[in-house]
Design a protein around this ligand. Sequence first.
Ligand SMILES: Cc1cc2nc3c(=O)[nH]c(=O)nc-3n(C[C@H](O)[C@H](O)[C@H](O)COP(=O)(O)OP(=O)(O)OC[C@H]3O[C@@H](n4cnc5c(N)ncnc54)[C@H](O)[C@@H]3O)c2cc1C
Length: 414
Amino acid sequence: MPHVTMERVIIVGGGIVGLTTAHALLKRGMDVLVLDAGPDSVTPSRGNAGQIAPGHPPIPSPAVPPQALQMLLDRRSPLFIPPRPSLPLTRWLVSFRLACRDRHYHNSMVTLGAMSAFSRDGFDALIEDLEANSTLTASGITDFWLTKQGEAEAEAELVWMEKLGFATTYLSGGELRARDPVWGETVRGAIVHEAGMTVDPACLCDELRRSICSLGGQVLQARSVTSLQQDHDSWSVATACGESHKADKLLVAAGVWSSPLARQLGVTVQMQPAKGYHTMLAMPQPPIMAGVLREAKIAVTPLGGRVRLAGTLELSGFNHRLDRARLEQLRRGAAAFLPGAASAQAGEPWCGLRPCTASGLPIVGRAAHNSWIATGHGMMGLTLATGTAAIITADMLGETIPSWAKPLQPKARR
Ligand SMILES: Cc1cc2nc3c(=O)[nH]c(=O)nc-3n(C[C@H](O)[C@H](O)[C@H](O)COP(=O)(O)OP(=O)(O)OC[C@H]3O[C@@H](n4cnc5c(N)ncnc54)[C@H](O)[C@@H]3O)c2cc1C
C-alpha cells in the first residue's frame, strides 16, 4: 500500500466559522488543527441570538442613509455610531455609504440569499452529525411588527424571500396570538420565515469542538496567533505563548480580529467591530416563537426555558463596555411586543463584537499561496457558517466553488 500523507490545515480562530470549517475538512479526510485565542466568553459565536435566518438582508441598505443623523446623535437608536476621530472608521463609513445604493443592495441580497440557502442545507447535514442533544430547532424565524410602516417593510422583504425561493406564512395579530398567546395585542401581524432555525450558540460551539476531536482533529485554546510566514510550500504559524506550528494549508477565521493576520496573507480586510448586546429574561410564560421585533430591531429567542433578547449595533471601536441605557432599551423595546418582558427578571448582560465589512458581504476565499480567509460575516455569521465551511473546503480540495461565491473573494492588498 502506498503511504498517504494527510495534508495539515491550520485554522486560526475557533469561533463558529473556524469550527464548522474544521468539522467539514475533517469529514473530507484532512488533518486539522484549530488555534484559538480563547476561551473567551465575549466571542460573538457564543453569545449571539442563535438564529439561523436564511434570506436575512445585509446591514447596508437604501433605508439606512435617511436615518443617519438619528444614529449619530441618539444613543437609544438600534444602530448607534458615537462620533469619534478615527481614520479607519471614516474610510469604512464612506465605503458603507456607497454600499447603501440600490444596485449593491440588490446584488448582495442575491448573493446572501444563495449563500444562506446553501448554508441552511449544511445545517440539516450537521444536525445528523452532532450528538443527539443538539439544541438546533427547525421552528422558523418570525418577523413581528407593530405599525403600518413595519408591515410595509416586512412585505417588501417578503417579495425578496419569494424571489429567493424561501417559504413564508403570513399571520394576522389574532392568528399569531392563537399560536403563541404571550404576544401583546399591540402586535399587528407577523410573517414566519419557515426555513429559519434556532440553536443555543454556545452549545453548538461546544458540540462542534467535541465532534472535531472525535474525528481526530485538535482545538488548542489560549493560542493567540501573532505571525504567519510562508516557508516554501508550507506555513509557519507562531503564537504569543512561543509555539510554532507547521501547516500545508492555512485559514484565517479570527472574526473581527482577522485584519492584521489577513495583511500577512497579502489581503486587505476593511472591518469595524459592531457591538451587540444580549440579556436573558426569566419569563413565567416565555414565547414559543423565535424572531425579530421589526421596529425595535431586537432578536427574541427562547433558549433553555429562558428568553434571549439580542440586538443593538454600536460602532464604538474595540471595547466591551456595556452601556446600561442601551441594555435597558432592549427590554423596553421587547416589552412593546411582549408585555411579560417588562417585569421579567434579567440575567447577567453580555456584549460581543460582530465582524462587519462595509459592503455587508463576508470575505470568503483564497488569499496568498495555499492560504484562505473567512471573516466579515457581520450579523449573519451563524446563518452563513456551514455555507462558508463548504466553500473553503471545496476550494482547498480543488473543487469548483459555486458561481454566486465569486463576489466574496478577498481583495489583494494595495
Ligand atoms: C448580539 C449579537 C447577536 C447576533 N445574532 C446572530 C444571529 O442570530 N444569527 C447569526 O447568524 N449571527 C448573529 N450574530 C453574528 C455572529 O455572532 C457573528 O457573525 C459570528 O459569531 C462571527 O463568527 P466568527 O467565527 O467569524 O468570529 P468570532 O466568533 O469572533 O470568533 C473568532 C475567534 O477567533 C479567535 N481569535 C481572534 N484573534 C485570534 C488570534 N490572533 N489567534 C487565534 N485566535 C484568535 C477569537 O478568540 C474567537 O474565538 C450576532 C452577533 C451579536 C454580537
